[in-house]
Design a protein around this ligand. Structure first.
Ligand SMILES: Nc1nc2c(ncn2[C@@H]2O[C@H](COP(=O)(O)OP(=O)(O)OP(=O)(O)O)[C@@H](O)[C@H]2O)c(=O)[nH]1
Ligand SMILES: [Mg+2]
Length: 184
């Protein structure tokens, strides 16, 4: 029998660093990154697979995971619609088909209302585990970090993970949490 495979969808606004995070996780350029919003259009998928060292195949929990990098679902605090047509349909399909959602925002901006709206939509529409990631934490001052943590834990009832694709802070912790959730 086929072993169950897991899919993880990276969801969030444009430019929050979804593609950069996938590249940091894999340690190579999987998905295009740019400072202009709307870079990722169709989903970009990358399967972790088995790691081979010499003749030995190592099969960590990661072997069964596919990461799916998605285009940004909105831009700016006015939540302007940035995705339409078949790209939007494909994006929803991938979220539907995933086992775990990573909702990632840019911690250096103030997209609170949009963040909360999308979070609740994801939570009640899909009913899957969600990991909230506040990215670009290298740009966030410590005092603001604590405010963000309180906000996410209080209002969204989710733990907040801080990550940076520049310094790699938080990426190890994020990966351990992914494994922990998928093992349940
Ligand atoms: N300082 C800092 N910049 C980051 C970080 N992650 C991404 N960036 C920058 O943010 C910009 C957007 O990154 P992307 O990874 O393309 O963002 P995205 O969410 O995939 O964007 P779309 O595909 O347009 O939705 C780029 O200029 C990145 O270099 C981070 O952790 N820290
Ligand atoms: Mg992208």
């Amino acid at each position: 029998m086929e072993e169950h495979q897991f899919k993880i969808a990276l969801v969030g606004p444009e430019n929050s660093g979804k593609s950069s995070l996938v590249n940091s996780i894999f340690g190579k350029n999987i998905s295009e990154v740019s400072e202009v919003g709307g870079t990722t259009k169709m989903p970009v998928k990358k399967f972790w697979g088995k790691i081979k060292i010499g003749k030995q195949k190592i099969n960590p929990d990661f072997a069964k995971i596919t990461f799916v990098d998605l285009g940004g679902l909105y831009a700016g605090e006015n939540r302007s619609v940035v995705m339409v047509g078949s790209v939007l349909e494909k994006t929803y399909e991938e979220i539907d088909d995933s086992d775990l959602i990573i909702h990632i925002i840019d911690g250096s901006t103030d997209l609170f209302k949009s963040f909360e709206k999308l979070h609740h939509l994801l939570k009640f529409r899909y009913r899957k585990p969600i990991i909230v990631v506040i990215n670009k934490c290298d740009l966030i001052e410590n005092s603001k970090r604590e405010d963000l943590r309180k906000y996410v834990e209080g209002r969204l009832e989710n733990k907040a993970f801080f990550t940076s694709s520049n310094t790699y802070e938080g990426i190890g912790e994020l990966l351990s949490t992914i494994i922990e959730i998928l093992r349940r």
